[in-house]
Design a protein around this ligand. Structure first.
Ligand code: ADP
Ligand code: ASP
Ligand code: MG
Length: 411
C-alpha cells in the first residue's frame, strides 16, 4: 500500500465528464488499497474568466478581493469531484486551502506556503476518506484567503506531499510527461523518462509552464518524489524528476529547450561609464520590487556606455516610467528605449558541464536562419538568448532539430 498525492490540472477537470473520469481513476487506486489525497485545479478557463470579471469592475483589482474571487474556481472542482467519488461509493471529503489549514504569507496573488496542519488530514485518511483539496490557495494568519500564483495547484500538491511524507506526488495533466520542449510548438518533441531536478528547475525558471517553478523548488527542498503523467491515458510511467544524475547512462548534452514570451527589454543609452552606474540604474528598479533578469553593459566609448536589461512584461511600462522620470535625469543618460516584443529561448542540460561548444553551436544554428541574437546569458547547464518574438517558434524548432532532440521514428 502506498500513499499518493495526485494533482489534476484544469484540462483534466474541464467538464463534468472529465471529472467523472478522474473519479474513476482515483477509485481504481483506492480499490488497490492506496491512500490518496487529490488536489484539483479550477476547470480549464475558469481562472481566466474570473480574472477578466474583476478587470471589468476595477482597473487594478484589489489583491485581497481578487484572491477571494479567483480561489472559487478550485472550490467548484473539489465539490464536484467529491460528489463524483461518492457516486462510485467512495468516502470522499472536500476541503478548501483554508479549511485544510494551508497557512501562507500575506502576499496576495503570489503567496508562499508556510505551514500545513497535518492532524485533520491524517484523521480523515485513517477513517478511510479520499481527501479532495483545492489547489492554488491557502489562508494567511489573519484568515484572509490567498492564492499561490498562476499554475499554483502544482505547488499545493508538492507541498502536501512534503508535509505528509507521501510516497509520490503525481501531477496528472494533458500531456503524458515532460517533453524535450512544448509539444504544442514542436510536434516531434520526445517524452523524457527522467529529468534531473536541476534541469527541471532551470526549465521552469526559464519559462516552461509544465510545472510551476515553486513546485519544483519545493520538491527539491524536501526531495519529494515527483512524477508528471497523463490524466487521459491509463498506461504510462510519465516523467520522473530525479535527484541524482544517472551515471550508468550516456547523459544527453541537451535535455530540453525552454522558451518564454513574458519578458521585455529596456536599454538606457549614453550613460556615463563610471563606477556605481549599474547600481544607480538598477537600485530604484529593485526598490520598486521589479525583478531584473538578463543584464548587459556594453564597452564604453568616450566615457559613455549603453546599459540593457530585461524585466517581466507586466513590469515593462512601470519600469520605463521609473527610468524616464527618475533615473534618466539623475544619471544624465541620453535616452531610454525599450520593447516588449521579445522572447527568450534557452537550451538546458546537465550534460553541458562536460561538453564545450554548445553556445557556439546554438549561435551558428540561429545565424543560419537569419535570427538576430539581442542578448545572451549562460550558466553551467543552460544557454539563453533573447530574440525578436516573431522568431521564437522558429528558433525553438531549429534548435530542437540541431541538438537531435527529435523522436526516433520507428519503421
Ligand atoms: P495543467 O492544467 O494540467 O496544470 P498546464 O497547461 O499547466 O496543465 O501544463 C501542461 C502543458 O504544458 C502542456 O499541455 C504543454 O503544452 C505545456 N508544456 C510546456 N513545456 C512542456 C514540456 N517541456 N513538456 C510537456 N509539456 C509542456
Ligand atoms: N487555476 C489556477 C490557474 O489557472 C491554478 C492552477 O491551475 O494550477 O493558474
Ligand atoms: Mg499547470
Amino acid at each position: 500500500m502506498a500513499f499518493y498525492i495526485q494533482k489534476y490540472g484544469g484540462t483534466s477537470v474541464g467538464s463534468t465528464e472529465r471529472i467523472k473520469n478522474v473519479a474513476r481513476r482515483v477509485a481504481k487506486f483506492h480499490s488497490q488499497g492506496h491512500q490518496i489525497i487529490v488536489v484539483v485545479s479550477a476547470m480549464s478557463g475558469e481562472t481566466n474568466r474570473l480574472i477578466s470579471l474583476a478587470n471589468e469592475v476595477q482597473a487594478n483589482p484589489d489583491p485581497r478581493e481578487l484572491d477571494v474571487m479567483i480561489s472559487t474556481g478550485e472550490q467548484v472542482s473539489i465539490a464536484l469531484l467529491s460528489m463524483a467519488l461518492m457516486e462510485l461509493n467512495i468516502k470522499a471529503k472536500s476541503y478548501t486551502g483554508a479549511q485544510v489549514s494551508i497557512l501562507t504569507d500575506s502576499a496576495h496573488t503570489k503567496a508562499r506556503i508556510l505551514n500545513i496542519d497535518e492532524d485533520k488530514i491524517r484523521k480523515d485518511l485513517q477513517d478511510g476518506y479520499v481527501l479532495v483539496v483545492a489547489g492554488f490557495q491557502g489562508a494567511d494568519k489573519t484568515g484572509s484567503i490567498t492564492t499561490l500564483g498562476r499554475g499554483g495547484s502544482d505547488t499545493t500538491g508538492v507541498a502536501l506531499a512534503a508535509a505528509l511524507k507521501a510516497d509520490e506526488c503525481q501531477i496528472y495533466t494533458d500531456v503524458d510527461g515532460i517533453y524535450t520542449t512544448d509539444p504544442r510548438i514542436v510536434p516531434e518533441a520526445r517524452r523524457l523518462k527522467t529529468v534531473t531536478f536541476e534541469e527541471m528547475l532551470e526549465m521552469a525558471s526559464l519559462g516552461s509552464k509544465i510545472l510551476q517553478l515553486r513546485a519544483v523548488e519545493f520538491a527539491g527542498k524536501y526531495k519529494v518524489k515527483l512524477r508528471v503523467l497523463s490524466s487521459f491515458e491509463d498506461e504510462g510511467e510519465g516523467t520522473l524528476i530525479t535527484y541524482e544524475e544517472n551515471k550508468d547512462m550516456e547523459q544527453p548534452v541537451i535535455s530540453g529547450i525552454a522558451f518564454n514570451r513574458d519578458e521585455a527589454k529596456i536599454t538606457v543609452s549614453g550613460v556615463p561609464d563610471h563606477p556605481g552606474i549599474a547600481y544607480q540604474i538598477l537600485g530604484p528598479v529593485a526598490d520598486a520590487n521589479v525583478d531584473v533578469d538578463m543584464i548587459i553593459q556594453n564597452v564604453g566609448h568616450d566615457g559613455l556606455t549603453d546599459f540593457s536589461f530585461t524585466v517581466h512584461r507586466r513590469d515593462f511600462s512601470g519600469t520605463m516610467e521609473i527610468l524616464k522620470n527618475k533615473i534618466q535625469p539623475h544619471v544624465g543618460a541620453r535616452d531610454v528605449i525599450g520593447g516588449d516584443r521579445i522572447a527568450k529561448v534557452s537550451v538546458v542540460g546537465v550534460g553541458m558541464r562536460s561538453h564545450a561548444g554548445i553556445a557556439s553551436k546554438m549561435f551558428r544554428v540561429l545565424a543560419e536562419e537569419g535570427i538576430n541574437i539581442q542578448m545572451i546569458a549562460t550558466s553551467e547547464i543552460k544557454v539563453s538568448v533573447v530574440v525578436d518574438e516573431k522568431y521564437m517558434e522558429l528558433a525553438v524548432r531549429v534548435l530542437h532539430k540541431a541538438f537531435d532532440l527529435e523522436q526516433v521514428v520507428q519503421n
